[in-house]
Design a protein around this ligand. Structure first.
Ligand code: SF4
Length: 340
């Protein structure tokens, strides 16, 4: 299948290697939605189409991007992740089929992290896109150097706080879900950035308070304010997961090790190891309004206690995209950083 076969849009990280093997362009709808200067308007448009107030703003934004921009973005197929992400995505798939008429399919992450079940899901996705698991494995090998470079950038972020800002760490790692649609261009830009960072004499900034950011990527830009207040995010949990650090024997094993779609306990045990390793002094746990993941806050706090970690946690809830951080969030972040 040639690139002319178009762009494949999806609701959260899926095996991007399968899309690339099919000669298609991957597009993570979340990245398009949140980088749109009219993101708040996209949410309002979905509400005007009938989405209730009590539905997560990400889902509303994804719907509006698909409905209003699919032609301009060249989207010719849609993959909704159901098991392991969001039950809203099931209905989103039906809505998109009715309103836009795009060919679409489901992708499910097996909750027991079974490699055999993942292989079967990947086979279905490959058949839908017109490729094979063997070609997807070749794409995986081709992406490994880029993933290793992202790992290097992430290591620099915590070893030399300030050398890489929390916002840059977030932006690069979160983009690994689709490599901005063009892995070769992504790699070139990433290598230039790494070369620039490594050319500087790294210093350990003791004046910056190292923080961890846990939870789904934020719908508002928190990073500049955190740095303005003398702290820095040196661990972006889910964004790091999107970059899939580490070495794996195959594609299914790689996606079985990835934490985002699986149980909170598995996710947080990996995150707690990183919090320890990076010498983090405080944790920001971001939760999205109307998201089932809000309940995971309870598990996180229990697990930190069980691990004997007396690290302060600030739970922040975000609702709609905003250009400027609201007063309440600013006050809470400022008080948390001052307390630390
Ligand atoms: S933030 Fe939660 S509710 Fe919203 S799309 Fe993601 S998983 Fe679904």
């Amino acid at each position: 299948m040639s690139r002319a076969a178009g762009t494949v849009a999806f609701t959260t990280t899926i095996p991007v290697e399968v899309i690339l093997a099919a000669g298609r362009r991957p597009l993570d709808l979340n990245n398009i939605f949140i980088s749109d200067p009219r993101a708040a308007e996209l949410v309002e448009k979905a509400e005007a189409a009938g989405f209730p107030r009590s539905c997560c703003a990400w889902i509303k934004g994804l719907f509006s991007v698909l409905r209003d921009r699919h032609r301009e973005l060249g989207i010719t197929a849609f993959v909704a992740v159901t098991e392991g992400d969001c039950s809203n995505a099931k209905v989103l798939k039906e809505l998109i089929e009715r309103e836009v008429g795009l060919p679409s399919t489901f992708f499910s992450f097996p909750q027991d992290r079974s490699v055999a079940a993942l292989k079967s899901e990947m086979e279905k996705l490959a058949a839908f896109l017109g490729t094979t698991p063997a070609d997807a494995e070749k794409s995986r090998q081709a992406l490994r150097p880029i993933r290793r470079s992202l790992e290097e950038l992430d290591e620099l972020s915590w070893r030399y706080p300030g050398l890489v800002t929390g916002a840059d760490n977030h932006r690069w790692l979160v983009s690994a879900s689709d490599f901005n649609g063009d892995p070769a261009a992504f790699e070139k830009e990433l290598h230039a950035l790494l070369a620039d960072k490594k050319a500087k004499t790294p210093e350990k900034r003791r004046d910056l308070l190292p923080l961890a950011y846990l939870g789904v990527p934020p719908i508002v830009d928190l990073y500049p304010f955190i740095e303005e207040k003398g702290a820095i995010v040196v661990f972006n949990e889910m964004q790091r997961e999107f970059s899939m650090p580490g070495e794996f024997p195959g594609l299914a094993e790689q996606y079985a090790a990835y934490t985002y779609p699986y149980a909170a306990e598995y996710r947080f045990s990996k995150a707690i190891n990183e919090i320890r390793r990076r010498g983090v002094k405080g944790v920001i746990h971001y939760v999205q309004s109307f998201c089932h993941r809000q309940l995971e806050d309870i598990i996180l706090r229990r697990m930190l206690e069980e691990a004997g970690m007396k690290i302060p946690v600030l739970t922040l809830e975000g609702d709609k995209p905003q250009r400027v951080l609201d007063g309440r969030t600013r006050t809470r972040l400022e008080a948390f950083i001052e307390m630390l």
